[in-house]
Ligand binder design. Structure first.
Ligand code: AMP
Ligand code: ZN
Length: 115
């Protein structure tokens, strides 16, 4: 399967690892938007949040169990935000489920700051 994040999990494309276990892999975003910008992904190919089912949701549970630890490992010691872009309007560019963990600085509260 031609999936960038499956290749990162397989070690075929280099990444800056933050955390790994049987279920999940976490690595630094190549184009960080904050001092802490870590991507957390399941080791099973799930295309997006739309593809989460009761059969594969264990991977999502494992991701959220570990996010507090991963945020600290990534350098967010004073709070963080978790984002998952799903589909075209949200601007999803990589179709392997991923959660952005962003922090390490005070974040703007609004999605549309001019509002
Ligand atoms: P999204 O737009 O939500 O699909 O997010 C995809 C994210 O993957 C973006 O923030 C990219 O900067 C990041 N990204 C793309 N290629 C790589 C890579 N090779 N290593 C780390 N992060 C990547
Ligand atoms: Zn994949």
């Amino acid at each position: 399967m031609d999936c960038l994040f499956c290749k990162i999990i397989a070690g075929e494309i280099p990444s800056s690892k933050v955390y790994e276990d049987e279920y999940i892999y976490a690595f630094k975003d190549i184009n960080p938007e904050a001092p802490c910008h870590v991507l957390v992904i399941p080791k099973k190919h799930i295309a997006s949040m739309d593809e989460i089912t009761k059969e594969n949701s264990i991977y999502v549970a494992k991701i959220f169990e570990k996010i507090p630890e991963i945020a600290k490992l990534g350098g967010a010691n004073n709070g963080y935000r978790v984002i998952s872009n799903c589909g075209a309007d949200a601007g999803q560019t990589v179709f392997h489920l991923h959660y952005h963990v962003i922090g390490g600085t005070e974040l703007p509260i609004h999605v549309f700051p001019e509002k």
